[in-house]
Design a protein around this ligand. Structure first.
Ligand code: TRP
Length: 361
């Protein structure tokens, strides 16, 4: 059994602990790791993404870890009918990444849509033979997405996209995957696929690593309605690309409560606590301290200071965003570079895969 196969992922606590240790080692040995992470191109990024995952990626990049970011455009087809805006969303996503500090011009960070990397997609076929229908059927994240999509007819792509995600991760032998809790079942499946592939075809010399999840340490940001996760489709999000006035208007409408005294109390005052949390992330100060400062100023004062702190915090990113938007050729070129790198690595992996599977001619 390889060292990785002994890792205990059976409980969430064990995963958190393991992720913490991994984080420590990433700082010490950035060269040992290749980060693979990704998003679906369903729209622009909001501050929930920024504080939840993007900043963590920027941090890893600054440690000097090689980083591959897959834009999962095929996955968009699993839960919605529309596809007209996919290519625009891909470009806008890349612009958001770069405005937030992802640097695909540093020679170590690569952004690519997986539809452009045939070598990656080809791995889906052998991988599909390593999992059972029952395993795909019981994936809790897929189940939730099926419910949320509201679709009556579920396409097979929905059930197999976690296998596709394994190909996204393994084609470049990514060994660290920064994820939120909802993605853990997918990562577990990726680990299972890597293990079964190695056991079946490459027992003597494993082809794939068993990638480890790196859980984000930032707290979950709720939407401005205070009751559900921030998300563009729920209309409760502050987009990176919003103007300062749009931001002010959104915060004006944010849900609060009738109590004038501002306190940081997650249980009893969730809406106020969420606004304080966002302010604290922008200001780099404790939410309790900000609450004390506002004291009896009420929700009005809190909203005013939140608007100012968000707009100030996002100002340099928004400026960069506008500059990038006026240079589409440059963005396209960086994505093409990412595709080229991904294809080169993917064809090396595919060669190895054919070799161990006795498919060389
Ligand atoms: N499934 C992820 C999501 O819905 C997106 C994704 C696709 C991904 N491929 C990936 C994430 C590989 C991490 C690694 O957000």
């Amino acid at each position: 059994m390889s060292e990785n196969a002994k890792i205990d992922y059976t409980t969430f606590e064990a995963t958190v602990e393991r992720s913490r240790k991994l984080d420590e080692d990433l700082v010490k040995n950035p060269d040992k790791y290749r980060v693979l992470t990704g998003d679906r191109p369903t729209g622009r990024l909001h501050i929930g993404h920024l504080f939840g995952s993007i900043q963590n990626r920027v941090r890893l990049q600054r440690l000097g870890v090689e980083t591959f970011i897959v834009i999962a455009d095929y996955q968009v087809l699993t839960d919605r009918d529309s596809f007209d805006s996919i290519s625009d969303n891909v470009i806008q996503l890349a612009i958001d990444y770069m405005a937030a500090g992802i640097a695909p011009d540093n020679g170590k960070t690569f952004i690519f849509p997986h539809s452009h990397v045939p070598e990656l997609n080809q791995l889906v076929l052998p991988f599909l033979t390593l999992v059972t229908n029952a395993e795909l059927d019981r994936n809790p994240t897929v189940k939730e997405e099926i419910l949320a999509s509201g679709q009556k007819k579920i396409n097979a792509g929905m059930y197999i996209y976690p296998v596709h995600q394994a190909a996204d991760i393994l084609f470049c032998k990514g060994n660290v995957v920064p994820v939120g809790k909802d993605q853990l079942p997918h990562l577990e499946l990726t680990r299972v696929i890597a293990r079964r592939f190695n056991d079946r075809f490459a027992a003597r010399k494993p082809v794939f690593p068993e990638p480890q999840p790196l859980l984000s340490q930032s707290p979950l940001i709720m939407g401005l309605d205070g009751s559900q996760k921030m998300s563009k489709s729920r209309n409760n999000a502050i987009m990176l690309s919003a103007t300062e006035d749009e931001t002010a208007n959104l915060i004006k409408k944010a849900k609060t409560d009738a109590d004038r005294l501002i306190e940081y109390d997650l249980q009893k005052r969730p809406e106020i606590a969420n606004l304080l949390l966002i302010a604290s992330l922008c200001l780099g100060r404790a939410p309790e301290e900000i609450a004390r400062e506002i004291g009896n100023g009420g929700a009005g004062a809190l909203k005013k200071m939140l608007t100012e702190s968000i707009n100030e915090y996002l100002r340099p990113m928004r400026k960069k965003r506008l500059e990038l938007e006026s240079n589409m050729d440059y963005i396209r070129q960086l994505i093409k570079n990412g595709v080229q790198k991904a294809r080169q690595i993917g064809s090396e992996t595919l060669e190895e895969v054919r070799e161990v599977m006795n498919m060389k001619i």
